[in-house]
Write a protein that binds this ligand. Sequence first.
Ligand code: IMP
Length: 423
Amino acid sequence: MAVDLLLGLQWGDEGKGKIVDVLTKDYDIIARFQGGPNAGHTLEFDGIKHVLHTIPSGIFHENAMNIVGNGVVIDPVIFKKELDNLKKFNIDIKSKLLISRKAHLILPTHRLLDAASEAAKGKAKIGSTLKGIGPTYMDKTGRNGMRIGDLELDDWKEKYRALANKHEAMIGFYDVDIQYDLKDLESEFFAAVKELKSLTFIDSEEYLFKAQKEGKKILAEGAQGSLLDIDFGTYPFVTSSNTTAAGACTGLGVAPNKIGDVKGIFKAYTTRVGSGPFPTELFDEDGETMGRVGNEFGATTGRPRRCGWLDLVALKYAVQINGVTELMMMKGDVLSGFKKLKICTAYNYKGDVIKHLPYNIEPENVTPIYTEMEGWKKDLTQLTKPEELPPALNAYIDFLEKELEVPIKIVSVGPDRTQTIHR
Ligand code: IMP
């Protein structure tokens, strides 16, 4: 049985949490493959809004097993908070949530290193969520990291101490003033590790291999978006993992020839949180309206998201590198009421018109070239059938499908599970 993927195609915050929640009824297993608590996957049903950071978005469904894969980085402190928030829902976490022994641990000193690194960068900062993601993946690739499986060893605290001591020395190298009380941070960390150890750790690649053989349906849940990918994103203003399709293979141990549908999610416009180039960014009333109507604030940090028109050049690039087979368009409802809509279909790059994403998309090199489309007035939030969509929105969708050469299978018209139109 093939493993389907669900990926964000822009700079994250496309609405992956909602769509995983909507799709979970069709799957036996939801497996998160990269990132960590820098993510904020929001889902809403029965009038309650839930924000998950590390726990897969299938956790509210009886039918599905949830796996935190080896490619994920886990902060026990944040994980414990997520578990505490789930307590009132009576979910049997020990049997519904399985954690890969090969997933790496975020230590309190990883967070401090993140803060020191960002402070040292000054104006050139990445705009990190400061959850320790970069330093944890650095330790992973540097072969110094601690993994979930280490917590099963008797000497894990010695390993911890050695790594934390090294981190403290590294913090000293940065010429910045970072105030912290490691004793406090550690007592919180150790208490959280104790709770984490009460959960079920597995060799997830083996579990998933067997599940595939048994014909179980598996959905791999990505975090962040393709333009934040460590290799293909707007480097260095990216996250530290592979957010693209290949990341699901390395982050779960799934063979490339076992990948089935690649479901790509995008917003009907574009947002970005943190620093870095964003060719279609708006600094006017239109951008302000998108942010206000779309409630564009980071689910993890609360930071306002930068907003702009849909960038089809960047979206096409993401469709290409991921091999997207079907698309999901989110937040179409936010564009209701705009008289005219713009879609960036090419870039003016140093005087040439280009239709691909170049090495450098800094504003001094790139000016977006727009196609203008009619807007629609209709409030979409109560619609349930594709026939009810206004003609101008259908024209918008048709245009995108033609340009991207991939069908748009879902149009989301609000944050709730029920506000989802299948085409
Ligand atoms: P980090 O992964 O926390 O170090 O952040 C690196 C960059 O990725 C920053 O610009 C963040 O704002 C951005 N980022 C990280 N995670 C997310 C996410 O889940 N949604 C949107 N942006 C994110």
